[in-house]
Design a binder for this molecule. Structure first.
Ligand SMILES: [Zn+2]
Length: 434
């Protein structure tokens, strides 16, 4: 039998299984079909498959088969109908029910992404709902103006606020020749604190690479077998807060830990094959980015962060530790402008702003220097409404964890709930606090 015939044979089997309408659909069969469809869509969309560590033959088959996006969307529709024939049992936290909801949400997003690839036009809010299961709140210029007013007093002087901020921030850039040592010190700090609360497989590991010419500032490429490649983009200067932020976000307890826990608990222990693939444009990304960002403050509550910056990170970067407090006070205000980035993306993708108009907006309300604003517009071009996963995701994950933990300062309980979230197939709609 030639390879092509073998491939065709497998699809006939799958089609037969789907044709048995009377029989209760099998979740494992649906999960495998879902993985194959994600890989099939990845053939058309280089950014789509963020990680895959299932059978290499499945990917080879997807590449050989090269299903059209129309066919992928039609098959996703069949999978969605099969899922609707299943009535999940168990309470809201039952793993089987969460798995069912996860597959339902992921298949729905897969279908939407395939339709977008074949020309379906969605507004920013329609797209974020279809792909990430949420609509981001809107904020007015007046809200951002109020925060800019506070920054005006925090950064006294003459000239435009952004220029003063640029001059201030330039004092906190990590020199290129100290970047690796600083980043490694940050990773060691994040890893050690994470391991106090979350046990990880002894073979987990990662490598760090420095790259250029990307629209993102850093990326974790999960390889499977508990390994990651973390890339840091050095197109623009990396500022000192980036060390801990990126180390936590990409590494511990962020993307690397999340992927390790999913592989260990769901793929290996439960044999849930859908966790051998991670489609980037899917609801899972809100959990991934939201938990990676919230994980920074879980690992380093404000006072502990400042201490660590003073004692470890500023010295590693050759910066004056006495200036750390002043720097983090300004960053605290800047963080409140993060939703301005969503508004820039929404207006730009909905056609209300041009690319240069979006960069102007980011300069004005996100206080980004022009090169960073232009890099951000390139990111919006590439990843579109994905931008909401960072800030809205963080706020949703934080609210969910705090509601579960209740009125207690018990750090251990926060970590326990955080680990539970990172080990479960929960989706954004499952984070909503009742
Ligand atoms: Zn991320």
């Amino acid at each position: 039998m030639t390879r092509r015939l073998a491939v065709a044979g497998l699809f006939v089997l799958a089609a037969t299984a789907m044709g048995q309408a009377q029989k209760q659909p099998n979740m494992d069969t649906i999960a495998e079909q879902y993985v194959r469809l994600v890989l099939a869509l990845g053939v058309h969309d280089a950014d789509y498959v963020d990680a895959y560590y299932g059978p290499p033959a499945w990917r080879a088959q997807a590449e050989e088969e090269k299903l059209s996006v129309q066919s992928i969307s039609a098959q996703a529709d069949i999978l969605a109908r099969r899922l609707r024939q299943i009535t999940p049992s168990g309470g809201p936290d039952d793993p089987g029910r969460l798995r069912y909801q996860y597959l339902t949400g992921q298949v729905s997003a897969l279908r939407a992404r395939a339709e977008m690839r074949s020309g379906r036009k969605l507004t920013f809010d329609q797209e974020s709902k279809a792909l990430y299961d949420v609509v981001a709140p809107t904020h007015t210029e007046a809200e951002f103006e109020a925060i800019l007013g506070q920054l005006e007093t925090q950064l006294p002087g003459t000239g435009p606020l952004r220029d003063r901020l640029d001059a201030f921030r330039a004092r906190f850039v990590i020199p290129r020749d100290r970047l690796d040592a600083t980043f490694r010190a940050a990773i060691a700090g994040c890893r050690e604190r994470t391991l106090r609360h979350i046990p990880l497989p002894s073979e987990e590991s990662f490598t760090v690479e420095y790259v250029t010419n990307q629209s993102w500032s850093a990326y974790n490429w999960y390889q499977g077998d508990y390994r990651s490649v973390i890339q840091v983009n050095t197109d623009l200067p990396v500022r000192v807060d980036g060390a801990v932020d990126l180390a936590c976000h990409e590494g511990y307890p962020g993307h690397h830990v999340y992927n390790v826990l999913l592989e260990k608990n769901l793929l290996r222990n439960r044999k849930w094959v859908e966790f051998s693939v991670y489609p980037l444009f899917s609801p899972q990304s809100l959990i991934a980015e939201g938990s990676a960002n919230y994980g920074i403050e879980v690992t380093f509550p404000a006072a502990e962060r400042l201490q660590f910056e003073r004692d470890v990170i500023f010295p590693a970067a050759g910066l004056n530790p006495e200036t750390a407090q002043e720097y983090y006070a300004v960053l605290g205000l800047l963080d409140r402008l993060s939703y301005a980035g969503n508004e820039a993306a929404r207006s730009y993708l909905d056609g209300m702003l041009t690319a240069s108009g979006a960069a102007d907006w980011l300069e004005k309300y996100s206080l980004m220097a022009r090169p960073r604003a232009e890099q951000r517009v390139r990111f919006i071009d590439q990843y579109r409404s994905y931008v909401i996963n960072y800030n809205l995701g963080k706020d949703m994950v934080r609210a969910y964890i705090k509601a579960r933990v209740g009125n207690t300062e018990d750090v251990g309980r926060t970590w326990a709930e955080f680990e539970r979230l990172l080990s479960s197939p929960r989706l954004p709609s499952g984070l909503v606090v009742r």
